[in-house]
Design a protein around this ligand. Structure first.
Ligand code: 26Y
Length: 818
């Protein structure tokens, strides 16, 4: 009995109630009558866990019996969102759980609201990792997601007098029922120190790293359930701990503060997520984080996951480590160090293995976002790794000279070590040299990667480069977030779409069905009502349900151009104020922003203040007669996204062409029946291709046109002078109208726009307004609008992250396996 399969609690309401009460009584140590909502939430979560446990153990067992190449997804971020709803959906226990809670007299919605989402990521890249592991589990593909268990995730945003204030996100405070700590699987990670070289009897050199200090990495496991397929994969996040709780001698000598310092030092490593998502600061702690989780993960895989009898020459048949941007790239010299220094491989053989074990995904186009680590910092923290990187570079540059004799300019350009402005390791180059494949995240992005970011590498190894367009999981972002639309779809075409999103194509004919269109509108309206209720309670905000809901939610960045959206808002308001536009010609519209700014990104924070200032003025000015509302609920996160996206009519994807690598919010909106107003940037290009130009509001310059304008010399003020509406709009802001007469309060943003405007908002203004006019004309015809939204849903099946995973499998992880 003890060695047989683990059995789940009975899948009945009674069985669920019994397990729940057990969890409450024996797990939480309370009786139902005495329990708090938090007790109940924790017990409910642990009940769901119990049901998934048999599948988890069985999945592990099955995988050990039949070893294949598994995916080791290395990501510094996982933006998971709440777990309860997702795990209930995956295990198909929603109905049973609801009835069970009702039987216990418990309001299940209140329990759902109790969960604090693990915000272990900044934005797109972290959420993408979460979608990918969901898809791999649903496709029954073996994957371990490796990352960091930050004690504090992305900060909680509040506004004080319109300005962003950051508060720590203590997501673990009320307990974390979804994680399984495994201290017995802890691994040691070294830092600092020096290297020693010795020569053995037959004259070969051996180098050994002698670290100066060590920390313990403790893994926490999280279930990643596939959609109703009995598969549960593992996410393994590492937490840093001090080796001895206290330095005993110092402790005994009575210096308690000094004794605890070592502990604090070690635990700092996984203390907090860096809230920057583009400009790397070159901070030592960040490099410590990167090396920490990567060293833990490689050690864990090689020593504790891979069966003992496997020869490491077969490592590439057992694992492919996917590098989620450059953050985990230090894994490359770490694997070389393990193979050469610890396992005794010669260099060439180790390099051959290493090159087959890694692939690299780039997520950016902004040159300032490419990570470089100063050589002195890297050498101090990881002296052996720096030596290894130098050797990799040496041999790589020989290859370059071989391929391009006499071209020393090229050699300098391609060197992994930059000499200017200081000696530093270019992590993207290291990843490209080491990786078997390099991919961008949308067609346009991959092309610009080849042509502009890594052209020399493309010239040398064209076959290394490929594209995998991003995707989103339809489980969370359609089924879970938009239950009403899912029900309508299920009723119309069945449920196959949940794991085969292209089946949404079958909805196309219903775009011409007036009854279906009405039901589609009813869904949207009900979703607005749901959002409206939430915002009232969450933020004390009133959302008008008969407005066009125009949404721009994403991190705050100049390149994403929240200011362009704001200029549109102000121009509508200014039109009414100045009498240019009769009020009855204004389409009732609510513009909803959601955005966090990196705490050190001054301009982004000024833009937040400007949005809040405009909102306060516009929302309360009687001249607008309530027809224009600007809402900016604080602390946009996955939980809020799940309510906002299904309610939206218009999706704002207005980055300057050539700057947004892909975007994934764009896909979520289209899949939930919002129309996109957007530029030819990132995955917008592919969305437009699929939905057709009649069902997409395209505006603005193409990437080559942007480049051309920059070449010609872009003068933002000339656009200001030439366009009276733009001029009036900017002048109204400049007059202090939105800041109680204080002109200085907005000058940083305006000066920047008028004198620099690096992302050409002023150049885009005219065509953007013109596109917004098209939006309003289209919205005035509800039948035509509904038709377009239905076609958007029907044609966006391509953007399932299941398809992204298929593409990674075919092009990168298991090519030739078809
Ligand atoms: C190095 C450090 C400062 C850093 C930390 C986080 C740098 C970048 C990031 C995060 C980047 C990110 O989220 N990029 C986004 O990735 C998405 C998924 O591929 C894309 O859709 C989106 O266009 C891109 O901006």
């Amino acid at each position: 009995l003890a060695t047989g399969p683990v059995t789940s609690p009975p899948r009945t309401v009674d069985g669920f109630v019994r397990e729940f009460l057990d969890q409450l009584n024996f797990g939480q140590g309370v009786k139902l009558s005495q329990s708090t909502i938090n007790d109940q939430y924790l017990a409910l979560a642990r009940t769901v866990r119990s049901y998934l446990m048999a599948s988890w153990l069985e999945t592990g067992h099955r995988r050990r019996k039949n070893p294949t190449r598994i995916v080791g997804y290395l990501s510094a971020e996982y933006l998971l969102g709440r777990q309860l709803g997702n795990n209930l959906l995956a295990s198909d226990l929603q109905g049973i759980a609801e009835q069970a809670m009702e039987q216990c007299g418990i309001d299940m919605a209140a329990l759902r609201g109790q969960e604090v989402e693990p915000g272990l990521g900044n934005g797109g890249l972290g959420r993408l990792a979460a979608c990918f592991v969901d898809s791999l589990a649903t496709m029954d593909q073996p994957c371990i997601g490796y990352g960091i268990r930050y004690e504090y995730g992305i900060f909680r945003q509040t506004f004080v007098e319109g300005r962003q204030v950051e508060e720590p996100d203590s997501w673990l405070r009320l307990g974390s029922p979804w994680e399984f700590p495994h201290p017995e699987r802890a691994v040691q990670v070294g830092f600092g120190g020096h290297t020693e070289t010795s020569v053995d009897e037959d004259g070969t050199e051996h180098t050994r790293w002698v670290p100066a200090w060590q920390v313990r990495g403790v893994p926490y496991h999280y279930m990643v359930p596939g959609f109703r397929n009995g598969v549960v994969n593992t996410l393994r996040l590492w937490s840093a701990e001090a080796n001895q709780a206290f330095d005993l001698q110092t402790f005994n000598a009575g210096d308690y503060a000094q004794a605890s310092r070592a502990e604090i030092f070690a635990e700092n490593i996984s203390k907090v997520l860096y809230p920057d998502d583009s400009t790397p600061q070159g901070k030592e702690l960040r490099l410590q984080q990167q090396y920490f989780f990567v060293a833990c993960s490689l050690r864990d895989f090689i020593e504790n996951t891979l069966p003992r009898d496997v020869d490491l020459r077969e490592l590439p048949q057992r694992i492919i480590f996917q590098l989620n941007d450059t953050h985990p790239v230090i894994a490359v010299p770490e694997l070389m160090r393990i193979l050469v220094d610890e396992k005794g491989f010669d260099w060439d053989e180790a390099w051959d293995i290493t090159q087959q074990c890694f692939a690299y995904t780039c997520h950016t186009l902004l040159p300032e976002a490419l990570e470089v680590w100063p050589v002195d910092l890297l050498g101090r923290l990881l002296p052996r790794h720096l030596e290894i990187i130098y050797r990799i570079n040496e041999e790589f540059l020989l290859e370059v000279r071989d391929a391009f004799p006499g071209d020393e300019g090229r050699v300098r350009r391609m060197s992994i070590i930059a000499e200017q402005p200081q000696r530093a390791v270019r992590m993207a180059y290291l990843a490209t040299v080491a990786g078997a494949k390099v991919n961008g995240v949308a067609e346009l992005h991959s092309q610009l990667l080849r042509d502009d970011v890594l052209p020399d590498f493309h010239a040398m190894w064209p076959e290394k480069f490929t594209n995998v367009t991003n995707g989103i999981t339809p489980r969370r972002f359609l089924y879970l977030a938009n239950r009403r639309l899912s029900d309508l779809i299920n009723e119309t075409i069945g449920t196959g779409w949940v794991t085969d999103l292209e089946q949404l194509r079958q909805l196309e004919p219903y775009a011409d069905d007036a009854d279906f269109r009405q039901r589609f509108r009813d869904v949207k309206h009900a979703n607005k009502e749901r959002l409206s209720k939430l915002l009232r309670v969450r933020d004390g905000i009133e959302l008008s349900q008969d407005h066009l809901l125009d949404v721009m939610v994403k991190r705050l960045h100049e390149y994403k151009r929240q200011t362009l959206k704001l200029l549109h808002v102000v121009s509508v308001y200014e039109g009414v104020l100045s009498g240019r536009t009769p009020i009855d010609q204004v389409t009732p519209r609510t513009v909803l922003f959601g955005a966090k700014a990196a705490p050190g990104y001054h301009m982004a924070k000024e833009i937040i203040f400007l949005i809040n200032s405009v909102a306060e003025t516009v929302n309360t000015d009687p001249v607008m007669d309530g027809r224009l509302q600007v809402l900016f609920p604080a602390n946009y996160n996955v939980t809020l996204a799940e309510k906002v996206i299904p309610a939206a009519d218009l999706s704002e994807q207005i980055s300057l062409a050539g700057k947004e690598a892909s975007g994934t919010g764009n896909m979520k909106f289209a899949l939930n029946g919002a129309l996109t107003i957007g530029t030819l940037d990132g995955a917008n290009v592919e969305i437009l291709d699929l939905v057709g130009e009649d069902n997409f509001f395209l505006f603005g310059m193409t990437e080559p046109e942007v480049e051309e304008l920059r070449q010609r010399g872009y003068v933002p003020s000339s656009f200001y002078e030439a366009d009276p509406v733009l001029k009036a709009t900017i002048d109204l802001i400049g007059s202090g109208h939105f800041t109680g007469g204080d002109r200085g309060a907005v000058s940083a943003v305006l000066d920047n726009l008028l004198n620099h405007d690096p992302f050409m908002a002023l150049a885009g203004f005219g065509s953007y307004l013109e596109a917004q006019d098209r939006v309003e004309r289209a919205y005035a015809d509800p039948e035509a609008w509904s038709r377009s939204t239905i076609l958007n849903v029907a044609r966006c099946g391509f953007f399932s992250s299941d398809r992204s995973m298929r593409d990674y499998l075919d092009r990168i992880w298991l090519p030739g396996d078809a």
